[in-house]
Ligand binder design. Structure first.
Ligand code: ATP
Length: 275
């Protein structure tokens, strides 16, 4: 199916654990157009995995809205969410093994992942063809134990794309892989994005991966802290008119710094008051 659009409005997610509330996301407004390939960056604990779970309909937001394609996930009944996850939205969890049946072959894994879509009568691609697309044609019938870490991750990609989803969400798909395997996994994701127009969102900590993506979104403290487009870094004005400082500016402008903003021709200058 064609790529799905993502829109979030004021997305807030609070975990309640051990009598504490943890605000993982504090107002995220994100728009991803159909067929985009976007990297999600940000320090550990900034809320990336939480955002992925909300985009997959695995979690419901505490406040705000999530739209994927024509569906408001934040309001959809569990049955609709189950159907979407079985057919149109694929979530690759961090760690290839969490996405695979350990005692089955790659071919069996793809076939198993296609089962709900098959029952729903959707047309499906032959598992062999799906595996060939990610470069695993020769490993279709091998036990998973014979696959390299890169091979396992490619098998997880095959499982994720087995129903030709419109949205592919990947949580750190290249972590703990050597450079060659990382590039193979990235190439497989880029192939799916280019060939089928699948919208791809992937979390990464790897600057080399971020560099080759057309767009990156950085999450910081549960908010969008900046965007990168073709190697250029941008701050993004929030829906309520705030402008987060980009990482390196934060160091020079500690909390409480008074900053004057001057309009100079076609641009603006920030002038901090120095004590
Ligand atoms: N199930 C949970 N219960 C309670 N708090 C949670 C839970 N999951 C995540 N958190 C907290 O929510 C915040 C955001 O976590 P999240 O996993 O979304 O961040 P992340 O950016 O994906 O981190 P990492 O890069 O380490 O995977 C963190 O403070 C984390 O401790």
């Amino acid at each position: 199916m064609p790529g799905l659009e993502i829109r979030t409005r004021g997305l807030v997610h609070i975990y309640h654990a051990d009598g504490h509330d943890v605000a993982a996301l504090s107002g995220v407004d994100l728009h991803v157009t159909p067929g985009e390939m976007v990297g999600l960056l940000g320090p550990s604990g900034s809320g990336k995995s939480t955002l992925m779970s909300l985009l997959a309909g695995v979690l419901r937001p505490s406040a705000g809205k999530v739209f994927v394609g024509g569906t408001e996930l934040s309001a959809a009944p569990p049955r609709d969410l189950d159907r979407l996850r079985a057919t149109e939205i694929a979530l690759m969890l961090q760690g290839a093994g969490r996405n695979l049946l350990p005692h089955a072959t790659p071919d069996d894994n793809v076939r198993f992942a296609q089962h709900p879509a098959r029952r729903a009568g959707r047309p499906l691609t032959d598992p062999r063809e799906v595996l060939a697309e990610v470069g695993l044609a020769d490993h279709a019938d091998r036990p998973l134990s014979e696959l390299t870490p890169g091979g396992l991750q490619l098998a997880a990609v095959a499982v994720a794309i087995s129903t030709r989803p419109g949205l592919l969400l990947c949580d750190e798909p290249t972590s703990q892989l050597d450079h060659a395997a990382r590039d193979q996994v990235l190439a497989a994701l880029a192939h799916v994005n280019r060939t089928y127009g699948t919208t791809v969102v992937l979390v990464t900590h790897d600057p080399d991966v971020a560099r080759v993506l057309p767009r990156t979104v950085t999450i910081r403290d549960g908010r969008i802290g900046g965007e990168g487009r073709s190697g250029e870094e941008y701050a993004v004005v929030t829906a309520d008119g705030f402008l987060p400082l980009l990482g390196h500016l934060r160091e020079g402008l500690p909390p409480g710094t008074l900053v004057r903003i001057h309009e100079v021709g076609d641009h603006y200058e920030l002038r901090p008051e120095r004590p």
